[in-house]
Design a binder for this molecule. Structure first.
Ligand SMILES: [Zn+2]
Length: 141
């Protein structure tokens, strides 16, 4: 059995829901992976709180220090946004599994670097440039 955001919201107090209403515009970094939905909610601290909702199990987590409410206002705000606008939670990219390091051939490493370059072209370019520079300095230094 899976849960709907509306069902989970019914487990919150009126006060939490009232507070959550003021946070709807602060629910960002929305993503989903299967039945797990994640978002960040800007709270009173500088760093936003991380909310995770698993509709499969009904488990709701938030990184805020609210231990009094099983579902805090940040999670309630996320549930609300999820109920009203589920498409705004973009599917997170499939985690890519790396091959085991033992027994790697040069071709395996090359393929890995190519794949990393596809994913993070700027980072890999910068890293390669610095590495070449270091090698040149060592050679001529
Ligand atoms: Zn919270």
């Amino acid at each position: 059995m899976t849960w709907t955001p509306e069902e989970l919201l019914r487990h919150t107090s009126g006060k939490v829901r009232e507070r959550a209403q003021t946070l709807l515009g602060d629910v960002s970094h929305r993503s989903c992976e299967g039945q797990t939905y994640r978002a960040r909610v800007q709270g009173s601290r500088r760093a936003p709180y991380r909310v995770q909702i698993d509709l499969q199990t009904g488990a709701v987590r938030c990184s805020c220090p609210d231990e009094y409410n099983a579902i805090c206002k940040h999670a309630a705000a996320t549930l609300w946004v999820l109920a009203e606008n589920p498409e705004s939670f973009e599917a997170a990219p499939e985690p890519r599994r790396l091959p085991r390091l033992r027994g790697w051939t040069d071709a395996d490493v090359e393929r890995l670097l190519e794949r990393l370059h596809d994913l993070y072209p700027d980072t890999v370019d910068d890293w390669a440039r610095q590495r070449v520079q270091t090698l040149e300095e060592e050679e001529w230094g």
